[in-house]
Design a protein around this ligand. Structure first.
Ligand code: BTN
Length: 333
């Protein structure tokens, strides 16, 4: 993205008319450069209209991500744990970017601290199980937090569920209703996917390693961007009828994730089991357990004290876990 686009979008983000001449003077470029940049903004999916005599106006007001605003909105205790927070305009994936930075020694949070990378757009956003995460410019929230973890202290299995619950807590605190989780960590509202979490690890998982917590929250999706998404999906605008500032959404989610991580370290996963089960969308339902090309049919019975899925079939109840497993309800909705 050219250096001009970001300040230009910022000026247009109020949803008011701005003349090409004024914008040119303001940003120190020609009117022709402004007109060219408008085409690029349209190509990003942010519709800009030009009206003779009035100038340019963005179809709907957008709020761009702002590092200072996010830091100010994060709770004071959590803010002290953020070692670094950066916003990228466009990147393949915030998780892939963070992984590359760790491997090149460019990103190394001190023990107990986090680095946070947010992006306005991901060109190859990653979902679980090799899926793509649709990440258009300035529409939703995409970020990756990195933390050093001692897996002797934090068990990654329960951790993945804890992050899902933290996202639920954050969204609930903002008034988003009918929230649920689907094992291990899909966040749903009205039975449709609202947010996703992708955990990755760099280093020795049996000792101290870097944990990457990737979170994507649908705040306002355009149906045309979501055409290839096979699961039912929703966004915060559909659920609440309100436009949320993405900075507030991001800050609230970061705060709850850091608080939940502290809680996990102090009390262990057991502290979350009951709360998780209260929002478990599959509890007691007939399900299909899918692992690669294998699938088994049974009933979901909640989770164990470690966060494993309790699955019941003719042979009894057993605890199953693993990153490649997913669940599908076989009951008619
Ligand atoms: C899922 O499939 O439910 C997980 C989706 C995770 C998406 C987020 S967006 C920020 C981070 N970067 C990525 O490439 N993926 C995660």
């Amino acid at each position: 993205m050219t250096a001009l686009l970001h300040p230009l979008i910022k000026r247009l983000s109020d949803g008011k008319f701005h003349s090409g001449a004024d914008l040119g003077v303001d940003l120190g470029v020609s009117r022709a450069a402004i007109s060219k940049a408008m085409k690029k903004i349209n190509a990003l999916g942010l519709e800009v209209h030009s009206v003779k005599g009035k100038g340019y106006r963005m179809e709907s007001a957008v709020s761009l991500l702002d590092a200072d605003q996010i830091r100010n909105e994060v709770s004071r205790k959590s803010a002290s744990k953020i070692q670094d927070l950066q916003i990228l305009n466009s990147i393949d994936s915030t998780n892939s970017y963070a992984m590359r930075c760790i491997q090149e020694d460019l990103l190394s949070p001190e023990p107990g601290k986090y680095t946070v990378t947010l992006a306005e757009q991901q060109t190859s956003g990653k979902g679980r199980r090799g899926r793509h995460w649709v990440s258009p410019f300035a529409q939703n929230v995409y970020f990756t937090m990195v933390r050093l973890v001692d897996t002797g202290v934090i068990k990654t299995e329960g951790l993945s569920l804890v992050i899902g619950l933290a996202v639920v807590r954050a969204l609930k605190s903002l008034g988003v209703g009918d929230l649920a989780v689907k094992w291990p960590n899909d966040v749903l509202s009205e039975n449709k996917k609202l947010a996703g979490i992708l955990l990755e690890v760099s280093g020795d998982v049996t000792a101290v390693c870097h944990l990457l917590i990737g979170v994507g929250i649908n705040s306002r999706c355009r149906p045309e961007d979501m055409e290839d998404v096979s699961q039912p999906w929703t966004d915060i605008y559909q659920v609440t009828g309100k436009h949320f500032d993405r900075n507030i959404l991001a800050a609230r989610t970061l705060t709850h994730i850091m608080q939940a991580m502290d809680e996990l370290e102090t009390h262990g996963f057991r502290n979350f089991q009951e709360e998780w089960q209260q929002v478990d969308v599959m509890m007691g339902k007939q399900v299909e357990l899918i692992s690669g090309t294998n699938s088994q049919f049974g009933v979901a019975r909640g989770i164990s004290e470690q966060g494993a899925l309790l699955f019941e079939d003719a042979t009894g109840v057993r605890a199953v876990s693993g990153g490649e497993i997913s669940l599908r309800s076989t009951e008619s909705q």
